[in-house]
Design a protein around this ligand. Structure first.
Ligand code: PEP
Ligand code: MG
Length: 594
């Protein structure tokens, strides 16, 4: 790590996660770091701070009571006893009075005071040699983490509040943090932790915010004082205090990139036809309501994936049926008559709603995520289905179930949809709800890929979620920074799985699209078309480049390419073959910096 000397150019390397170039002012968000800041409060702020503490205690207490109830129902008596201990700690009047008193006296933020009190506890427990008491400290620590999580969430400065032209440096970003960022204020993200197909990366790309992850900047104390910083999201470079020469180079690159994007965008309303006349349907992945207007701007042929869980993440709790209905209706209206696929809440893993804070699973990606969560919370699931069905009165709406791994899950989900239909029919809501709405399955778990024939008989369409399919097929955490080099979309096993999915779906005459991130990577276009895919769903901003590549691809050549790729043994070989195919298809000098 080079030492910073003001004026000296420093170049840090990281993983390019969202393409694009930015030149701006560093804004270091320390509140996202694990160290709890010590903040001095004014006399007037003390009352609100104590209220915040009480609210965090209440939320934590509600969590524990709910968890305790669940464990009791499942007969996990040991767990119930542990949670009773947690309740005793959290309801300890002495401890709580002491914390509140310290906040009043010291006029400091409550998480700082709370953390200090826990530290004192630790020292006391350590002084007792009896292992029973030492293990009790684990309970204290456990419950304190829960309270702190609530406190920090409430206090968090949102990314919507950073100054204009900011290059945001932070340890880690959640998908909600990224969703909150205003494009007018945040020019780029630089994080110490992050994965290329994490949901945070997906949101950054959807917003067109360049992002470089896995950058070690922790020792750059003077970062805030650096006058300018360049983020190169193509090569994964972060340049602090650039020289005039570097700046000139990047200004020029930025200009070229902008021109290139404008040229591509001008083809938004041409057809996505291959050179030999194969039509490809290009729909959009959408996460947040702010992006609904992009659909028309970029000529999307509908919405192939609306990640509805972002409504939950942004609100911090589950929205009512009415709130959802308004959002879905607005989305349908923006789609201008094209089909809109709304995916049921894919809650879990890195998309953790406040309501799930208590869900501290050891392996959240393998836990109560997506359809598993929905089938566990049927009322919530039904409310979402009702809202979607009501929105079907305004256009061609379809429902997609996330993370299906068995036929049972699909059948259970269909029952919930039927119940929603029945309820709405009885209520005579006055809307012309579309009957037999199309239902689809995400194919993102290997067990689902293996039974596509069975699933296809029970649904109307399939959508391959390669982000998760790769994660689950290769057993590599898609959000992990340390595993990022191993997470590869060109693994021969993944290729074979995709081939199998398409073939099984075609035999059943069920359409299959791809909505994972590989669909927005131009190099994968011939592979996907060659496999027989005729619909891709990508973030709006990637529609022009993907259309451009489709228009330079020959379907038959793509089929031949797939035959060759299937004979290759390693991810590297497949990747090299895709790159060289891309370079030979797309005219030299036309689009290099995708
Ligand atoms: C996928 O897994 O490929 C997908 C599209 O879903 P998400 O990225 O939201 O998990
Ligand atoms: Mg997925």
């Amino acid at each position: 790590m080079p030492k910073q000397d003001s004026g000296q150019e420093i170049c840090l390397e990281g993983q390019p996660v969202a393409r694009g170039l930015a030149i701006g002012i560093p804004c270091v968000l320390n509140q996202f770091e694990s160290k709890i800041p010590e903040i001095h409060l004014s006399h007037e702020e003390v009352g609100a701070e104590i209220e915040r503490y009480r609210k965090a205690l209440k939320e934590s207490r509600d969590d524990i009571l709910r968890l305790k109830g669940e464990l009791a129902r499942e007969g996990v008596q040991d767990g119930v006893l542990v949670l009773e201990t947690h309740l005793e700690i959290i309801e300890d009047p002495l401890l709580n009075r002491q914390i509140e008193e310290e906040v009043r006296q010291a006029k400091k933020n409550v998480e700082f005071i709370f953390q200090r009190a826990i530290e004192r506890f630790r020292k006391k427990f350590e002084a007792i040699s009896d292992p029973f008491f030492q293990s009790r400290f684990e309970d204290v620590q456990d419950i304190s983490k829960r309270v702190l999580a609530y406190l920090r969430d409430m206090k968090r400065t949102t990314l919507g509040e950073v100054p204009q032209n900011s290059i945001v440096f932070t340890r880690q970003l959640s998908p909600t943090d990224a969703a909150e960022a205003k494009r007018t204020h945040v020019l780029a993200f630089v994080t110490q932790i992050g994965g290329a197909t994490s949901h945070t990366a997906i949101v950054a790309r959807a917003k067109g915010i360049p992002y470089v992850a896995n950058v070690n900047f922790s020792k750059l104390q003077e970062m805030n004082k650096a006058s300018l910083t360049i983020v190169d999201g193509l090569l994964g470079k972060v340049i602090i205090n650039p020289t005039e020469e570097t700046l000139d180079y990047y200004r020029c690159q930025k200009l070229q990139l902008a021109e290139q994007q404008e040229t591509l965008k001008s083809t938004s309303f041409t057809k996505a036809l291959t050179l030999d006349g194969q039509n490809v349907r290009l729909s959009a992945n959408v996460e947040i309501a702010d992006d609904f207007s992009l659909l028309q701007q970029y000529g999307a042929e509908g919405v192939g994936l609306f990640r509805s869980e972002y409504i939950v993440l942004q609100k911090g709790s589950f929205p009512s049926e009415e709130e959802q209905f308004e959002i879905y209706k607005s989305l349908v209206e923006h789609a201008n008559g094209h089909p809109v696929v709304i995916r049921a809440f894919d809650i879990g893993m890195d998309k953790v709603a406040c309501a799930l804070k208590s869900n501290l699973e050891l392996n959240p990606a393998l836990g109560c995520r997506a359809i598993r969560f929905l089938l566990h919370e049927k009322e919530l699931f039904k409310a979402q289905m009702r809202a979607i069905l009501r929105a079907s009165a305004y256009g061609d709406v379809r429902i997609l179930f996330p993370m299906i791994s068995s036929l049972n899950e699909l059948m259970e989900a269909k029952i919930v949809v039927s119940q929603a239909y029945e309820e709405l029919a009885k209520e005579e809501c006055g809307l012309e709800i579309k009957q037999n709405i199309k239902l689809g399955c995400m194919i993102e778990v290997p067990s689902a890929a293996l039974i596509v024939d069975l699933l296809a008989k029970e649904c109307d369409f399939l959508s391959i979620g390669t982000n998760d399919l790769i994660q689950y097929a290769t057993a590599i955490d898609r959000s992990s920074q340390t595993m990022s080099a191993l997470y590869t979309s060109t693994h021969p096993g993944v290729l074979r799985l995709m081939k199998m999915i398409v073939e099984l779906a075609q035999k059943q005459n069920v359409p299959v699209s791809v909505c994972g991130e590989i669909a927005s990577d131009p190099r994968f276009v011939p592979l996907l078309l060659g496999l027989g895919i005729t619909e891709l769903s990508v973030s709006c901003r990637f529609l022009p480049i993907i259309k451009h590549v489709i228009r330079h691809t020959q379907k038959q050549k793509a089929v031949d390419l797939v035959t060759r790729l299937l004979e290759l043994a390693t991810a590297h070989e497949i990747q090299d073959a895709l790159v060289s195919e891309y370079e030979s298809n797309v005219p030299a000098g036309s689009i290099k910096n995708f």
